[in-house]
Design a protein around this ligand. Structure first.
Ligand SMILES: CC[C@H](C(=O)O)C(=O)SCCNC(=O)CCNC(=O)[C@H](O)C(C)(C)COP(=O)(O)OP(=O)(O)OC[C@H]1O[C@@H](n2cnc3c(N)ncnc32)[C@H](O)[C@@H]1OP(=O)(O)O
Ligand SMILES: [Co+2]
Length: 136
């Protein structure tokens, strides 16, 4: 079951500058940065309960965010729904015809399991589902 809006992600061409902007100009709490090798992405989180802002930037210049930045320069990249049973939600949504971008969930930030639905399935919005670890 989907239980909340875990985060809203923004793709940024200058990671340090964007972190500074969200901290200093918008006054948000900076939780920290985390490189997610499996997603070839550097992430930075700003908790804004009950959700968070996630900044995403290419890790070592490669991966999906690099391609997105090449085309668009930056912008709102995806939204992420939190799930309490990601396998069940994936199965349920697959039955309805949603196309997932991997066969199974992969490691994401904060030790979550994470999987993406193709934007063409949701009116052009890239949707991530994640499930926090059991001890979260
Ligand atoms: C998991 C760690 C972390 C976390 O929260 O825990 C993250 O969130 S990491 C986030 C980075 N990871 C991903 O984005 C993985 C999923 N994304 C992909 O697999 C690709 O980016 C994909 C398939 C969405 C697009 O890749 P492709 O190689 O097909 O790129 P194209 O440029 O050819 O795009 C095809 C088509 O999709 C549209 N598009 C691309 N990105 C987005 C987007 N973020 N939002 C909406 N639409 C998007 C693009 O414009 C093309 O549309 P078209 O009409 O065909 O021109
Ligand atoms: Co995300």
């Amino acid at each position: 079951m989907i239980t909340g809006l875990d985060h809203i992600a923004i793709a940024v061409p200058d990671f340090d500058k964007a972190i500074k902007r969200f901290m200093e100009d918008f006054g948000l709490e900076f939780e920290g940065a985390e490189d997610v090798e499996a997603a070839q992405t550097s992430t930075a989180f700003f908790p804004l309960p009950p959700t968070s802002i996630e900044l995403v930037h290419p890790l070592e210049g490669r991966g999906p965010i690099a391609k997105y930045l090449e085309k668009k320069g930056g912008g709102l990249h995806h939204i992420c729904f939190r799930s309490d049973d990601i396998e069940a939600d994936v199965a349920r949504l697959k039955e309805k015809g949603y196309q997932f971008l991997s066969e199974t969930p992969n490691p994401g930030a904060h030790d979550c399991l994470t999987i993406f639905i193709h934007p063409k399935c949701c009116d052009g919005v890239l949707i991530e589902l994640n499930q926090p670890p059991a001890d979260h």
